[in-house]
Write a protein that binds this ligand. Structure first.
Ligand SMILES: [Zn+2]
Ligand SMILES: [Zn+2]
Length: 222
């Protein structure tokens, strides 16, 4: 069994830089032979809103528009859709994938993206989530202290970006981090440049976390 999962993709609905509507994204991944996708729309104050501009519920609702549209489309055509986010904290342009999220966790933890990155790491760790630094060597991103990370993207498949993937791969290995790969898909032509491959079907974000912790997966980098 090779269960192929996209780990990093953006919808037009919830990411300002996204260009592919969620339902179309789901169709393209199904066509590309994937079993599932994690929707990782951007999640930070300049996208969803600052505390002075909106309520936390409004901010989370905004993030979830793309995921919910993708989930509905996936349920229709038989592609698993999981909730994720690409979070950013004030004062830096570093991005982090959050794996293991639930809607309940998002609504219950107000203004989580206004925390510092180490504070969020502790929150994630205490709640069984994984914090994965995305494209850590893509300028202006810089790798953070690995003691506040569960993992990092060892390979980012966004072809238009200077990802410096070999440096990312070395960072992961040297610090014994969980390695993920992701297409960082924003465009129809960028679907499925990578896949995370699991030996059994994934049913929930908790399943993903368990397999990652056990290093029970393989990667495809194209
Ligand atoms: Zn983006
Ligand atoms: Zn991204």
């Amino acid at each position: 069994m090779r269960y192929r999962l996209e780990f990093h993709c953006h919808t037009d609905e919830s990411s300002p830089c996204g260009t592919v509507p969620a339902a179309e994204m789901v169709r393209l991944y199904k066509e590309a032979g994937f079993d599932g996708i994690v929707i990782t729309d951007h999640f930070f104050d300049l996208v969803e809103g600052k505390p002075e501009d909106c309520t936390w519920k409004e901010a989370v609702d905004k993030l979830l528009v793309g995921y919910r549209a993708a989930k509905a489309a996936g349920d229709n055509i038989g592609l698993d859709v999981f909730l994720g986010a690409e979070i950013r904290f004030p004062g830096s342009e570093n991005d982090y994938l959050v794996i293991g999220l639930t809607e309940e966790f998002l609504y219950a933890n107000e203004w989580m993206y206004m925390l510092t990155q180490p504070e969020f790491y502790k929150l994630a760790d205490q709640n069984g989530l994984l914090l994965i630094q995305a494209h850590p060597f893509r300028p202006p991103c810089t790798p953070v202290d690995p003691q506040y990370l569960h993992g990092a993207e060892g390979y980012n498949g966004h072809k238009g970006q200077p990802n410096n993937n070999p440096l990312a791969e070395a960072f992961v290995a040297q610090n014994h981090l969980i390695e993920t790969v992701g297409s960082d898909c924003h465009y129809t032509h960028a679907v499925g440049t990578t896949a995370m491959v699991f030996p059994e079907p994934i049913r929930s974000t908790a399943d993903i976390v368990r397999h990652l912790r056990n290093r029970n997966y393989d990667t495809e980098k194209n």
